[in-house]
Design a protein around this ligand. Structure first.
Ligand code: GAR
Length: 228
C-alpha cells in the first residue's frame, strides 16, 4: 500500500440521522482555528445533525474560531482564562454563559483547558470532547507529536464524554488513520482532521440519541468498518 493511500478505519455515519423532538441546543467551546466548529455547522446546514449552535465560547483573543463563528453568524463570547483567579472561576463564567444561551449540549471543539466539576456537574454526561488520538493513548497536549514519537502505525481521533481526568471518559465514536514513515505532525494532523470533521457531528447525534433512550447504546458508534 502506498504512503499516499487514504485507507482508514471509520465508523458508518447514521442512516438515517437521529431526529429529536426539537433541535439540540449546542454550546461550542474552542481555543483554536475552529475547523470542527465549521464541520458541525455544515452538518447542521445540510440537515444531517438536527441542532442549532446557541453560542461559541473561546478563550484566546486571537483565536481563528472567533472569525469563523462570526462569519457563520453565531454569537461569540470571549472568556479569557488569564482573567480568572482559578479554573473553577473560569468554569463558573462558562456555565453562566452556556445557561444564559439555553445550551443543552456542551461541545468542546479544540478547547485546550482542563475543566472542573463546576462545568461537568452543570451538564451531566452532556459535555463532549474531540481529541486527535485513539484514546486512551496519547491524552493531553501535542497528541499528534506524541503518537509520532511513539512510532505508532495507526492513529486517529476520539469523541468522548468528558470526565475530570484530561481526555478521559466514555468513548462515543472513534476513527483510525494510517501513520506513514515520512509523516510530519502537520501531515498526520491533517489526515486526522478529515476524520474529526466526519465523526464529530455524527457522534453528537448518537450521544443525544442514546441520552434520549437511556436503556440503549448508540446503534453504530462502536463499530469500525474498513473504508479503503
Ligand atoms: C482538533 O484536532 C482537536 O482534536 C484538538 O484540537 C484541534 C482543534 O482544531 N483537541 C485537543 O487536542 C483536545 N485535547 P480546530 O480548532 O480546527 O477544530
Amino acid at each position: 500500500m502506498s504512503p499516499s493511500s487514504t485507507a482508514i478505519l471509520s465508523p458508518p455515519l447514521p442512516t438515517p440521522w437521529p431526529r429529536f423532538a426539537s433541535p439540540l441546543k449546542l454550546g461550542v467551546m474552542a481555543s483554536g482555528k475552529g475547523s470542527n466548529l465549521e464541520a458541525i455547522a455544515t452538518a447542521i446546514q445540510q440537515g444531517h445533525l438536527q441542532a442549532q449552535i446557541q453560542v461559541v465560547i473561546y478563550n484566546n483573543p486571537g483565536a481563528g474560531v472567533r472569525t469563523r463563528a462570526a462569519q457563520l453568524g453565531f454569537p461569540t463570547v470571549l472568556l479569557n482564562h488569564r482573567h480568572y483567579p482559578s479554573r473553577e472561576a473560569l468554569d463558573r463564567a462558562i456555565v453562566d454563559t452556556l445557561q444564559a444561551h439555553r445550551v443543552d449540549w456542551v461541545i468542546m471543539a479544540g478547547w485546550m483547558r482542563r475543566v472542573t466539576p463546576v462545568l461537568i456537574d452543570a451538564f451531566p454526561r452532556q459535555v463532549l470532547n474531540i481529541h486527535p488520538s485513539l484514546l486512551p493513548s496519547f491524552p493531553g497536549v501535542r497528541a499528534v507529536e506524541q503518537a509520532l514519537a511513539a512510532g505508532v502505525k495507526v492513529s486517529g481521533c476520539t469523541v468522548h464524554q468528558v470526565e475530570l481526568v484530561v481526555d478521559s471518559g466514555p468513548v462515543v465514536m472513534q476513527a483510525a488513520v494510517p501513520v506513514w514513515p515520512d509523516d510530519t505532525p502537520e501531515i498526520l494532523q491533517a489526515r486526522i482532521q478529515v476524520q474529526e470533521h466526519r465523526i464529530y457531528p455524527a457522534a453528537i447525534a448518537l450521544a443525544a440519541e442514546a441520552a434520549s433512550q437511556p436503556s440503549t447504546r448508540p446503534s453504530n458508534g462502536g463499530q469500525l468498518t474498513v473504508d479503503g
